[in-house]
Design a protein around this ligand. Structure first.
Ligand SMILES: [Cu+2]
Length: 118
């Protein structure tokens, strides 16, 4: 009987730990992470594993020299964040995002995509 109650309390602790680790991670992105796209995209769209707090989440896109090529303000709705892009020349671009999820945990990350030449 005592063994059973120890097993049950371990199980409860494991479930609680699992819930606490559910932060807003990047689920998928457009353009795809690490991809080469033939034509310049007009926006970057990021989908996360949890809903975001719009006031504390952001994304920026820079070119190979580090200059911003996004249009400045991300639009955030539910678990998606998107930002418009200036006309992109062929080259390599870096997307850096920072997210505060509705569970108050912050996450951040970055990835590269390439715009192919003619
Ligand atoms: Cu979390």
């Amino acid at each position: 009987m005592r063994t059973l109650s120890i097993i049950v309390s371990l199980l409860v602790m494991a479930l609680a730990a699992g819930a606490a680790q559910a932060h807003a991670f990047l689920d998928h992105a457009s353009p795809l992470v690490g991809s080469t796209v033939p034509a310049a995209p007009h926006e970057v769209a990021l989908t996360f594993t949890q809903n975001l707090e719009a006031a504390f989440s952001s994304v920026e896109v820079t070119n190979a020299s580090g200059a911003r090529v996004d249009e400045g303000k991300a639009q955030i709705s539910g678990n998606t964040m998107r930002i418009g892009l200036k006309a992109l020349a062929p080259g390599s671009y870096k997307v850096r995002w920072h997210a505060l999820s509705v569970d108050t945990h912050t996450t951040e990350g970055s990835f590269i995509f390439q715009v192919g030449g003619p």
